[in-house]
Design a protein. Structure first.
Ligand SMILES: [Zn+2]
Length: 119
């Protein structure tokens, strides 16, 4: 930081306009620019580079969004597969419970039959 004649501490900022792309300046206009005037070649090239960088960042963000979506979809498929497995297990368990109940009925019937034969 620099102490300006106006008495304020001035920070250095960077301009990103097409006329002064990347040229640094002090936050107080009394002091002005940190960097000298930019040459024509820089003014020609830098805005294009900045646009390309922005386009790449946009493409990257889109790709990230797509990857996130794919992951989300894969998670949903996993969840569906787990639910199907859970349902199958529950059905198997219900069948087994029914089988056990039938066995108990059979045993009870056999006991009743034996009791009736003893009478
Ligand atoms: Zn000032």
């Amino acid at each position: 930081m620099v102490l300006c004649a106006c008495g304020l501490q001035c920070v250095v900022r960077t301009s990103w306009t097409n006329r002064n792309p990347g040229r640094r300046f002090y936050s107080c206009p009394l002091i002005g620019w940190v960097d000298p005037l930019m040459c024509d070649r820089s003014l020609d090239i830098i805005p294009g580079l900045l646009r390309n960088r922005d386009a790449l960042e946009d493409a990257l963000a889109l790709e990230q969004e797509r990857a996130d979506w794919e992951e989300h979809r894969a998670n949903e498929e996993d969840t569906r597969a787990n639910q199907a497995e859970l349902r199958a297990n529950m059905e198997e368990r219900a069948d087994w419970e029914e089988h056990r109940a039938n066995e108990e009925d059979t045993r009870a019937n056999q006991a009743e039959l034996r009791a009736n034969m003893e009478v």
